[in-house]
Design a protein around this ligand. Structure first.
Ligand code: ADP
Length: 281
């Protein structure tokens, strides 16, 4: 490690001189550390569900092991086996989701090039999100309502934008109690299109609010795990927002609900402008 954060690199040798370039390596050291932390977090998060799968599988094998001589009464064993099988299914679903979201996050962080930006109808994003979250909302008896300006357009990847808004609505549903409402709004300001998700849920303490966009950070560990979330949802939203030239913001009151706002540029990026035949701006 270089405490000064500077490497001197010989650039080339002429007949009578040496060119030396000072390279700031502070940022690359920081990135290397962030990557290491990431891998450590990943392994840690993967360990728990994998460990559970292994224990349950073992117990399942024990429970279904043939008893000694004579016709055994298997009904209790079968009940236990069924319970373990259900847990295995639950844990492996969670594991699958974790891996899928990790991969998604890695892609968003630049492991793969961003798809070329395209015009995306906000109406489509919202109806897609309502479809995707309907089952979860119904199960938790949360009503999702929409109050959106029609005909708005943003620019980027339709699937990423739907993922970002769906993550916000899923959280709003998960961190709300029964018989409450989640409101999805969309509106244009001169520079931005704002898609906001407001819930009447548990809210977020001021000490947590700055950290919830970090990977695996959870304000309330127990509750967050119980929702089946991965701890990556908001990190994914944040990356999608910044990849689209926008940002995600939150205002929240502990016990009083939260509003997450995805603020996206109202104009197409330059590289798209040149390819669009007619954009009415
Ligand atoms: P998780 O899978 O744990 O929900 P997220 O990255 O989506 O992960 O969210 C991180 C944390 O932020 C959550 O664990 C929860 O503590 C908090 N959080 C996110 N959305 C909300 C919300 N709408 N209301 C209250 N807390 C929230």
């Amino acid at each position: 490690e270089n405490p000064l954060g500077v490497h001197l690199r010989a650039m080339g040798l002429g007949n009578d001189h040496v060119a030396v370039e000072a390279v700031d390596v502070t940022e690359s050291h920081r990135l290397a550390r962030v990557r290491r932390d990431f891998v450590a977090n990943v392994s840690h998060e993967l360990k728990t569900p994998i460990g559970a799968l292994q224990l349950l599988a073992e117990a399942l094998l024990d429970a279904t092991e043939p008893a000694g001589a004579g016709p055994p009464d298997r009904s209790e064993d079968l009940v236990a086996a069924r319970r373990f099988a259900e847990r295995i299914q639950h844990e492996s679903t969670r594991l699958g989701r974790l891996v899928q979201e990790l991969l998604e996050l890695t892609r968003l962080q630049g492991a793969e090039p961003q798809p070329a930006p395209e015009p995306v109808a906000v109406d489509w994003v919202i109806s897609e999100v309502i479809d995707r979250t309907r089952t979860a909302a119904t199960a938790r008896r949360v009503t999702v309502t929409v109050d959106a300006q029609r005909g708005l357009t943003v620019y980027g990847s339709d699937s990423q934008l739907a993922t970002a808004v769906a993550n916000l609505v899923e959280n709003a549903v998960n961190y709300s109690s029964e018989d409450t409402t989640v409101l999805v709004t969309a509106r244009a300001t001169p520079e931005h299109v704002e898609i906001a998700v407001t819930d009447q849920g548990i809210g977020i303490a001021p000490t947590d609010v700055d950290r919830i966009f970090e990977r695996f950070y959870r304000a309330d560990q127990a509750r967050s795990r119980a929702t089946g979330g991965t701890g990556l949802g908001l990190a994914i939203v944040k990356h999608i927002a910044s990849n689209h030239g926008g940002r995600v913001e939150v205002t929240s009151t502990l016990g009083g609900g939260s509003t997450f706002t995805l603020r996206l540029p109202a104009r197409p990026p330059d590289d798209l402008l040149s390819t669009l035949p007619s954009v009415g701006i």
